[in-house]
Design a protein around this ligand. Structure first.
Ligand code: ZN
Length: 95
C-alpha cells in the first residue's frame, strides 16, 4: 500500500488542475484554408499597456496548412483577461 502511494505520487502528481494555467486561449480560423489555429496568451508576460488605457497584445499565428500569417490584436481592460476588443487580419475569430 505504501509502495503504491509512492508510485502514484511519482507519476500522477505532474498534472495540474486546469485552473492553475492562467493563459488565455484564442482560436481563429484561417481565411485562406479554413484551418483553426489556436494561440495562448500569457497575461502576466505578454500584455503591454495601451496609450488609451487597458492592455493589448499582438500575435501572429501561422497554421500548418497554408503558412499564411494571421495577425490578431487583442485588447483587455485589465490583467484579469476581460477582453474588450479583438481584431483579426487574415482570419476570422472563432472564440
Ligand atoms: Zn491557412
Amino acid at each position: 500500500m505504501g509502495r503504491l502511494g509512492f508510485l502514484s505520487r511519482l507519476f500522477g502528481g505532474g498534472s495540474r488542475p486546469g485552473g492553475s494555467d492562467n493563459g488565455i486561449y484564442i482560436r481563429v480560423k484561417c481565411d485562406a484554408c479554413g484551418e483553426i489555429v489556436q494561440a495562448r496568451v500569457n497575461p502576466t508576460s505578454e500584455l503591454s499597456q495601451a496609450d488609451e488605457g487597458g492592455y493589448y497584445v499582438r500575435k501572429v499565428l501561422v497554421g500548418r496548412q497554408c503558412f499564411r500569417p494571421i495577425e490578431v490584436q487583442l485588447r483587455y481592460s485589465d490583467l484579469g483577461r476581460t477582453e474588450i476588443g479583438r481584431e483579426v487580419k487574415g482570419g476570422t475569430s472563432v472564440e
